[in-house]
Design a protein around this ligand. Sequence first.
Ligand SMILES: C[S@@+](CC[C@H](N)C(=O)[O-])C[C@H]1O[C@@H](n2cnc3c(N)ncnc32)[C@H](O)[C@@H]1O
Length: 204
Amino acid sequence: MYERYILPHLINCACGSPQIMKLRSQIVPKCSGRVLEVGAGSAINLQFYDPKSVEFVWGLEPSIGMRNKAKSNVAQSGIDWRWLDLPGEQIPLDDESVDTVLLTFTLCTIVDTRTALAQMRRVLKPNGKLLFCEHGLSADLNVQKWQNRINPLWSRLAGGCQLNRSIDLLISDAGFQINELSKINVPKMPSFAGFVYMGEASVL
Ligand SMILES: C[S@@+](CC[C@H](N)C(=O)[O-])C[C@H]1O[C@@H](n2cnc3c(N)ncnc32)[C@H](O)[C@@H]1O
């Protein structure tokens, strides 16, 4: 009940604050060609895709609750949107078939990030790009301490979300080269959840 009906609403609210929407508006328009959005959630990013650059978007989202929450965003959008109802660890697409993989606030929740990132690398074309905007382990040691302390309880309440992942290391360890990276303390957000890694990577 909680995961299907309540959590999608909570996630949508938390991920829709003005500060987070501003970050989305900076990263999503960089998508081009055939796009795979992993953990697409309520399809909240749809409004920021540039229809002139994007051919279509595969919205990969394993949660039926989130896919239901996305219905109105998908219906209102002019972007060609195609659902994939599997987790990121099992991307059902051909090798080298995607121009852009987009990850926003999803790596925190994927259980097996290593396998999922290997799948993203597999489906990306050699000249494709991985765009990411993800919260994770803070650069501030005091905040890190709190992140580590509250993580067990937080992850149970927040659908498996982990507060303390080093997003840049996860991405580079998976065989990507990070070409652009900003680390941002998002204003007006609790510091334990407001340290964001945003950037672009390519296949090594
Ligand atoms: C915090 S929400 C973010 C949703 C959306 N990306 C956004 O920016 O608002 C995390 C999303 O990851 C999805 N998710 C959970 N496990 C996943 C997995 N193994 N592979 C892909 N997505 C997953 C969840 O269902 C949820 O929609």
